[in-house]
Design a protein around this ligand. Structure first.
Ligand SMILES: [Ca+2]
Ligand SMILES: [Ca+2]
Length: 196
């Protein structure tokens, strides 16, 4: 008899708590865990600035103390591009889950070269999303770009990428200066993913 009542009690508790628990979990999933994620302030020289370039292009990316928005240095990227080239950083372990985050923020020191360049975000399955900026300003300018404004790349995707047109976490790389054409030098500082 006691066992029977205990079974009824357990069932009642399960029914009462079941949906409540589920609700709490799904709420937790969309809420960002942190307010901001610092992708890079370009102060740590041991973190590699990776570049790549097509046969007709040259690109360099170095830590530079010539300009700095924060701390002592920024990333200086020089492009002489006729086909394709870019500079990127990998997203550190623990910084690639952008669940609930809203914006990509980055400081750029422009030289009014009128050249266009892109920011490409690469997700866990190698899929890439792009936002294009024109260097039509001089000095430091902060770009605050909703993550939803990055558009799925139609010009190229890796052959081994999983293409589902949504961010799969953890994000792998931030390609903070890619271009298809142009000669220009830009400085970059403080790349942040923000929950606001
Ligand atoms: Ca800095
Ligand atoms: Ca994806």
């Amino acid at each position: 008899m006691l066992r029977f009542f205990s079974a009824i009690l357990t069932l009642t508790l399960l029914l009462a708590c079941g949906p409540e628990t589920k609700k709490a979990v799904s709420k937790e999933e969309t809420k960002p865990a942190v307010e901001t994620i610092l992708i890079s302030d370009f102060e740590n020289n041991s973190k590699e600035l990776i570049t790549y370039a097509g046969p007709q292009s040259k690109v360099t990316a170095v830590y530079s103390t010539e300009k700095a928005k924060s701390g002592k240095q920024s990333a200086k990227v020089t492009h002489q591009t006729k086909d394709w080239a870019g500079a990127l950083i990998t997203v550190d372990e623990g910084k690639g889950d952008w669940t609930g985050m809203k914006t990509f923020r980055m400081w750029v020191f422009g030289s009014n070269s009128k050249a266009s360049f892109n920011i490409d975000l690469e997700d866990a399955k190698k899929e890439q999303f792009r936002y294009t900026i024109t260097d039509d300003f001089e000095g430091w300018k902060e770009f605050v770009i909703p993550l939803s404004d990055f558009k799925w790349r139609t010009d190229w995707q890796a052959s081994d990428a999983v293409l589902n047109k949504k961010y799969d976490y953890p994000m792998m790389t931030v390609q903070f200066c890619t271009a298809t054409l142009g000669n220009f030098t830009l400085y970059f500082d403080d790349i942040v993913i923000d929950s606001k």
